[in-house]
Design a protein around this ligand. Sequence first.
Ligand code: 5GP
Length: 179
Amino acid sequence: MKETVIKDKKFREMITSDVISARIREMAEKINRDYEGKDVLFLGILNGAFLFAAELFKEIKLRARISFVKLASYEGINSSGSVKELIGWNEDISNMHVVVIEDIVDTGNTLELIQGQLKTRKVADIRIATLLFKPGAYTGTQAPDYVGFEIPNDFVVGYGLDYDGYGRNLPSVYTLVNE
Ligand code: 5GP
């Protein structure tokens, strides 16, 4: 198995790029079937989902649009301190069928936040597509709708995911080697 070092940490290849590509094609086929005849807005969450979103979207045969948003943290004026808000969109998404594209769902907190903010915009419905899902860490109630791979509760990088900003360009997914 291939290994790579990013900064001070060693990572081992866990899901190869070929396996990832094949799985993304399967996910797209399912989405194509599920949304047949519908107009769909894909919403990629930056930064991590950019590669997955691109590869998935190429396989979508629907009448579809794609847009990217980012979760920005800012020091809120309320007592809870740091607040996260979705930024980067300016289109009207009311009554749209929205598929959120995430790189990884861990505890599910980010997902919950995104869903909450989308619901206030009165979309027709929201589904979640994620490349990776850690069921062992997930604290939400409803699992993501389209999951590429369920993985153990370990830190991973590659295919868009970073360690301290690096590793996003790795074509495979790598897991941290504990030494
Ligand atoms: P959640 O809110 O579901 O706990 O975490 C989601 C976010 O945490 C992801 O969008 C990602 O930025 C980050 N994250 C969670 N697990 C990992 C991981 O194993 N590797 C990397 N690189 N980021 C992760």
